[in-house]
Design a protein around this ligand. Structure first.
Ligand code: NAI
Length: 701
């Protein structure tokens, strides 16, 4: 049981004790109903306080139980709330810290509520593609008014208790405690003040009226607004409908309606994807063989080598988090240029009102520069972001090995080079790790943490902690060419090339995957990142991996000097100063000519085939990555694609998506693609892991 029962004089106190956030799993629910029964049968008890231990009143439903029979097992949350309402003795919810989702619904079932200042109050179910399912949509409007409640339910955002308490006419809180420390004393005192009330004298939220003065017009307006803002996501609109039901139906009928909608949403692909993301995000920070309590090294100062595109962005992450940074370059003018770029970035934030001037000043004051390695001797973490050449990395890491203090972590931002080779340039390979940021490094959420064969566990634990501090989503990758993300994207790009050869246009390919939900199709993406990057990789591949088949179209594009936006022309034309991709006659003619040269008769390719070949290429390579142990779980691969490559969130990442489509279907499509003579038959053999899962009737999850 994960709830505690104790008696303070004539008041029973039921305390949820299910860390970290007192999730309302089965054992906790039993704890509440048992405590309630005990208090109600004890003559000496006159009233009851319900609260949570530790860092939360309650963070809500136990997400691990979602969609499982456990969530419905009696007493389920709805029954628990009904038993609170039915208690013959008054119940006071003592809310503090975090009171969200099912936790707030629980409090709304109590007769009275007292909150500590600073309590975060929210119904965040919409973020999981759901609506609140235990009365939240019916009770919250009754205590906060329709508009405030609807805003909270549709956005899922938390509002502080003191803000809610100051709203005129609010009935959410009977009292705001004077401080978090005095909450329990005040709650017990409040409970005593209502002792003896029973039956109809006990107030219930369900009995309050729920009306809006211009109901029809308001809800029409709300639906229009929400529909416009939430395409691809059904839940927000359902939130509006459920709150509307609270204003048009009797309470019990509204509850039935809420449950009906909640249950239907539970099985939508969008909710499944969002819940997968929620779980995968938390799981990504856990490394199978590195214990949660592995001691972390202290990181109080950071050195960055190279003030270029990546070095500047990386530095900003640490400055934003209040960690001093020292940047090293070879020449003063490179330093000056780098610092000027950082300043420009911050200044544009100040101009847009996103950053206060004093914060900007503080950040710049934490930034220092040097031309001498000796100045890095006190840094706890040093991140290298110099040119992508092994020889240059060698020189840098030898210098770092010479000057860095013992225990300092030496990280490389390399995107393609072998981290084990880099580690071997030092006499301390255990302290070397890859920290692969994505461009722009101050914006992109993803950080691939590349684990070398010698990387120490406490180094990994520390880097994962650092990632959290600088608000990145860190995913651990083993050492291989391209790590997780770029190794997969190479297959995706290859498919994009074949599709063009076979008859699609860049516009058609981009449109098809953008309709699927990608932020940007492969050709617009190439134009943004620079087509010369892929060109360089393909040239390298020609010697390293002669077995790998490529379309030659992209090379021809580069031979025309069309590197993308930076040269004003790529797969598309661009007007000066604008980013709109304009279909290019030159490119279409070039593609035509290329097909003639290769003897290809173009065919009509469906959008469905485009999406399947691009997405399943990610899936097949992702499966190989799992087989090779480069990623430890399929959710990690999904996190890489959701946070670093613009994969549509509502589809949950390539591996989750494939599991939803069904691996049997996916593998049958792969076998079909293997028969296409213009494609790569070897690549399209379903990965052994996929074959095994299909044979066992399983999915990646
Ligand atoms: P960049 O060319 O913009 O910057 C490199 C900087 O390093 C230059 O300012 C240069 O003066 C400096 N530098 C070169 N040799 C040096 C040395 N021996 N000592 C000190 N400074 C030196 O390059 P960028 O794009 O910032 O890339 C840096 C690293 O980050 C590369 O390893 C690259 O593969 C990786 N990377 C790049 C991404 C991108 O999108 N640009 C994304 C992820 C990783």
């Amino acid at each position: 049981m994960t709830a505690e029962y104790k008696v303070i004089g004539d008041v029973a106190v039921i305390t949820l004790t299910n860390p970290p956030v007192n999730g309302l799993g089965f054992a906790t629910r039993i704890g509440i109903t048992d405590g309630l029964a005990k208090a109600n049968s004890d003559q000496a008890i006159k009233s009851i306080v319900l609260t949570g231990a530790g860092k939360a009143f309650s963070g809500g439903a136990d997400i691990k139980e979602f969609g499982t029979p456990k969530a419905l097992q009696e007493p389920n949350l709805l029954s628990v709330i009904l038993s609170l309402e039915a208690s013959a003795k008054p119940i006071v919810a003592a809310m503090h810290s975090v009171c969200m989702g099912g936790g707030l619904e629980l409090a709304l079932g109590c007769h009275y509520r007292i909150a500590a200042p600073g309590t975060s109050v929210a119904l965040p179910e919409v973020k999981l593609g759901l609506i609140p399912g235990a009365g939240g949509t019916q009770r919250l409007p009754r205590v906060l008014g329709v508009e405030t409640a609807l805003n909270m339910i549709v956005s899922g955002e938390a509002v502080k208790s003191e803000v809610l308490a100051s709203l005129p006419g609010q009935k959410l809180f009977d009292k705001l405690a004077s401080s978090p420390e005095s909450l329990m004393d005040e709650a017990v005192e409040f409970a005593r003040s209502v002792a003896g009330k029973t039956g109809d004298a006990l107030p219930l939220v369900r009995n309050l009226p729920c009306k809006h003065p211009q109901s029809d017009a308001y809800f029409q307006f709300a639906k229009n607004m929400v529909a416009g803002m939430s395409k691809n996501y059904p839940a927000p609109l359902k939130c509006v409908e459920a709150v509307q039901a609270a204003t048009t139906m009797k309470f019990d009928a509204g509850m039935v309606e809420e449950r009906r909608v909640f249950t239907a949403l539970m099985f939508t692909p969008e909710s499944l994807a969002l819940r997968h993301l929620f779980v995968a995000e938390r799981a990504a920070s856990k490394i199978p063989d590195v214990a949660d309590d592995t001691p972390q090294r202290t990181i109080k100062s950071v050195g960055v080598i190279g003030a270029g595109t990546m070095g500047g962005g990386i530095s900003m992450n640490f400055l934003n988090a209040g960690v001093p940074v020292k940047i090293l370059e070879m020449k003063q003018d490179a330093l000056d240029r780098g610092i000027a770029t950082i300043k420009k970035n911050y200044e544009s934030q100040v101009k847009k009102g996103k950053l206060k001037q004093d914060k900007y000043d503080q950040r710049m004051a934490m930034l220092t520069t040097t031309l001498s390695y000796d100045d890095l001797k006190d840094c706890d973490l040093i991140i290298e972001a110099v040119f992508e050449e092994l020889g240059v990395k060698e020189a840098v890491f030898k210098e770092l090995d010479r000057v860095a203090k013992p225990g300092a972590i030496l990280a490389s931002n390399t995107s393609t080079l072998d981290v084990d080779k880099i580690a071997a340039f030092t006499k301390r390979p255990q302290d070397v790790v890859g920290m692969h940021f994505f461009s722009p490094a101050n914006v992109m959420k993803l950080l691939e943490v590349v684990r070398g064969k010698a990387t120490a566990k406490d180094v990994l634990a520390t880097v994962m902690g650092v990632a959290k501090k600088i608000k990145k989503t860190a995913v651990v990758s083993g050492v291989c060419d391209g790590f997780i993300g770029n190794r997969m994207i190479e297959q995706y790009s290859r498919q994009a090339g074949f599709l063009i050869d076979e008859g699609a246009t860049p516009q058609q390919v981009d449109k098809a995957v953008e309709k699927f939900g990608f932020a940007m199709g492969p050709f617009r993406m190439g134009d943004l990142a620079g087509n010369d990057i892929g060109w360089a990789i393909r040239k390298r591949r020609a010697t390293e991996r002669a077995d790998m088949k490529y379309s030659r179209t992209a090379d021809k594009l580069c031979e025309l000097g069309r590197f993308g936006q930076k040269t004003g022309a790529g797969w598309y034309d661009y007007q000066a100063g604008k980013r709109d991709a304009i279909p290019s006659k030159i490119v279409l003619d070039m593609i035509d000519q290329h097909r003639k040269d290769e003897g290809i008769t173009p065919r009509k390719i469906s959008d469905e085939e485009i999406v399947q070949r691009l997405v399943y290429s990610l899936v097949n390579e992702g499966a190989h990555i799992l087989e090779d142990g480069i990623a430890s779980k399929s959710g990690d691969i999904d996190m890489v694609y959701l946070t670093g490559y613009g994969f549509p969130i509502f589809r949950g990442g390539p591996m989750h998506y494939a599991s939803q489509v069904g691996l049997f279907n996916v593998s049958e499509s792969m076998k079909r693609f293997a028969k296409n003579p213009r494609d790569d038959a070897n690549f399209w053999q379903p990965a052994p892991l996929i074959q095994k899962l299909v044979a066992e009737g399983k999915s990646f999850s």
